[in-house]
Design a protein around this ligand. Structure first.
Ligand code: CO
Length: 135
């Protein structure tokens, strides 16, 4: 079951400059900075209320976020729903015809299990589902 809006991710061409903007100008607190090898991203998380803003930047200039930046220069990249049972949600959504970017969840930021729904299944919006390992 989907239980929360875990985060909204923004793809940024300059991670340090974007971190400074969200910290200094918007006054949010940087909670974590993390390289996620599996997704080829470098990410920074700013919790706010019950959700977070995730700034994503390509790791070593590769991967899907680099392609996104090449095409769009930056912007809202995906939103992420938290699930209390990701396997059950994947199964339920597959039954309804949703397509996913991978067969199975992988380990994402903060060791969550994560999977992405194909944007063509959601009016062009890239949606991540995550399940924290220690909920
Ligand atoms: Co994310």
């Amino acid at each position: 079951m989907i239980t929360a809006l875990d985060h909204i991710a923004i793809a940024v061409p300059d991670l340090d400059a974007a971190i400074e903007r969200f910290a200094e100008d918007f006054g949010l607190n940087l909670k974590a900075r993390e390289d996620v090898e599996s997704a080829k991203t470098s990410a920074a998380f700013f919790p706010i209320s019950n959700t977070s803003i995730e700034l994503v930047h390509p790791l070593n200039g590769e991967g899907p976020v680099q392609k996104y930046l090449d095409k769009k220069g930056g912007g809202i990249h995906h939103l992420c729903f938290r699930s209390d049972d990701i396997e059950a949600d994947i199964k339920r959504l597959k039954t309804k015809g949703y397509e996913f970017l991978s067969e199975k969840p992988s380990l994402g930021a903060h060791n969550c299990k994560v999977i992405f729904i194909h944007p063509k299944s959601c009016d062009g919006v890239l949606i991540e589902i995550n399940e924290p390992q220690n909920h």
